[in-house]
Design a binder for this molecule. Structure first.
Ligand SMILES: *[C@@H]1O[C@H](CO)[C@@H](O)[C@H](O)[C@H]1NC(C)=O
Ligand SMILES: *[C@@H]1O[C@H](CO)[C@@H](O)[C@H](O)[C@H]1NC(C)=O
Length: 255
């Protein structure tokens, strides 16, 4: 590659200096001790009106990201090491299936999602994982941890019914033997708030190999209300229009 300007001393530890940006990283000196695998239920994520979801959405939990942590805190923007050109090509099918950009099914346009995830999160695992192994690791983990089937074993299905957060946590724990994180999204419609299961996070050791308990259990799941229940947004249908807040007709067009 061309000449490389290095501002931060921390960057000197980076072995492969190709593609280094001129900008210094925001948080160069961090060291992760664990990973969080963030998986999203796309039908709930798409209730966020800011996310203008495409019409066909994968019928499985998909990757939001693989996030390095230190003491339970997310590390972000650790190096400005960019993804080498062509990185995504070899993983195209897996990325499109398991790490979809929910707003587009165009491969080129989808790349911004993965690039952003690398820069914000992946860059903090850089001492362990370069970009290609990082993405491969995340894909392997989502394939190995089928949340939909874990939930189904305990009778929890995306049929629009409500379940307690505890039931959801226990269904995952029954298979993984470790506590996940559960994150919800609250939809306010006609003055009524409904909490939907949005993400389930699984936690791993510093090499993203061995599963562990997650340090925090819930987020935005109205957990302060005793026995609070969350809904699992169902596969698209007209009476629970997943695009209701965006476009009332889109849900009917989805399969
Ligand atoms: C998905 O792709 C679009 C178009 O490239 C981009 O604007 C958007 O930020 C991406 N979504 C995510 C979650 O990165
Ligand atoms: C949804 O999109 C269709 C076609 O683009 C449009 O005709 C319709 O008015 C939209 N509906 C809403 C509620 O925005």
């Amino acid at each position: 590659m061309k000449s490389v300007v290095i501002f931060g001393l921390a960057l000197l530890t980076v072995s492969n200096c190709d593609n280094l940006d001129a900008d210094p990283p925001k948080n160069p000196k961090q060291k992760h001790d664990s990973f969080k695998l963030a998986l999203q239920w796309p039908y709930s994520s798409c209730k966020n009106p800011k996310l203008k979801c495409r019409t066909t959405i994968p019928k499985q939990f998909t990757l939001h990201g693989l996030w390095p942590q230190e003491n339970g805190v997310e590390l972000t923007y650790c190096t400005t090491h960019k993804i080498p050109p062509g990185t995504f090509g070899s993983m195209k099918d897996d990325l499109m299936a398991y790490w979809p950009n929910l707003t587009t099914d165009n491969f080129e346009k989808s790349k911004s999602f993965w690039e952003y995830q690398w820069l914000k999160h992946g860059s903090c695992s850089f001492e362990n994982l370069e970009p290609i192994p990082y993405f491969e690791k995340a894909i392997a983990l989502v394939k190995a941890n089928n949340l939909l089937s874990m939930l189904k074993k305990k009778g929890i299905e995306p049929l629009g019914q409500t379940y307690t957060v505890k039931n959801i946590v226990n269904a995952v724990k029954a298979v993984t033997s470790h506590y996940p994180n559960v994150k919800c999204i609250v939809e306010v419609k006609d003055g009524k708030s409904t909490s939907y299961l949005e993400e389930i996070h699984l936690c791993f050791d510093d090499e993203a190999k061995v599963i562990r308990d997650c340090p925090y259990r819930f987020s935005k799941c109205m957990e302060s209300q005793p026995g609070s229940k969350v809904r699992i947004a169902k596969f698209s249908s007209q009476d629970d229009a997943i695009f209701g807040s965006i476009n009332g007709t889109a849900a009917a067009a989805a399969p």
